[in-house]
Design a protein. Structure first.
Length: 243
């Protein structure tokens, strides 16, 4: 696996009532490494699968289920390094053109919408006409095998980001693309899962808002590799002298 370190920059709390857990429905974006990734070494190419993940509790029915909204009408997601001089860089980001036939055209460099700090975003939707009977439901595979042992449950697959690994440590944030007009919305009612407002009652949910997830790719700096090599050589020399 190419993932050296991964962290999720958010936490979920469960409030307890006298009758049990409070019903809730929460959304966030996440990225997981593809199962066929090589080791994270400088120059290697890694792929990360991008998802919209839904977490329900307290007996809540999923907002994206066929019983309610019948999946997503469209989605927007961004992937951005936390610093502008990142060691590892985004080579491209591609949406799920099988399930979302309307895709944003490629940007001037790479694929997708060019953002600040070397980040990229994508927007996609089902066709406007003729409108399908339902949107993109959770558990879709983008016309191929979405393969990763870390694939979240209750998820909608959105696309794949390709990252070129550099020497050093880079943290990437996965979040909304709402400020670029790429809102993620449900199929029937077009509920905005990025910013809301959430309805009251059975369809109530917590929008993504400023919540982001993150993952980190880390490789030794060239200077560190040199020190490791010197240390190993010194240890070998000492062993030979003792022998």
């Amino acid at each position: 696996m190419g993932l050296i370190g991964a962290g999720v920059a958010c936490a979920f709390g469960v409030s307890l009532l006298a009758g049990g857990a409070r019903a809730s429905d929460t959304f966030l974006y996440t990225a997981v490494p593809a199962s066929n990734n090589p080791a994270a070494t400088p120059g290697a190419t890694l792929q990360y699968l991008l998802f919209l993940q839904e977490t329900v509790s307290g007996g809540t029915t999923s907002l994206l289920s066929s019983a309610k909204e019948d999946g997503l009408f469209g989605a927007g997601v961004s992937l951005t390094p936390t610093v502008s001089t990142a060691a590892s860089t985004i080579a491209s980001i591609a949406g799920d053109a099988t399930d979302f036939s309307n895709q944003t055209p490629p940007g001037t460099t790479g694929n997708g919408i060019a953002l600040g700090n070397g980040g990229y975003g994508l927007t996609e939707s089902v066709p406007f006409a003729p409108l399908p009977a339902n949107g993109v439901l959770e558990g879709n595979a983008g016309g191929s095998t979405v393969s990763s042992p870390n694939t979240p449950s209750n998820d909608v697959f959105l696309g794949i980001a390709t990252i070129t690994v550099g020497a050093g440590t880079t943290t990437f944030k996965v979040g909304e693309l709402n400020n670029q007009g790429g809102n993620t919305v449900s199929f029937h009612t077009n509920y905005d899962l990025d910013t809301g407002p959430s309805p009251t009652g059975a369809d109530a949910y917590t929008p993504i808002g400023a919540t982001v997830t993150s993952f980190t790719i880390s490789t030794p700096e060239p200077a560190s590799l040199g020190l490791l090599g010197l240390g190993a050589a010194a240890a070998l020399y000492r062993r030979r002298r003792k022998a």
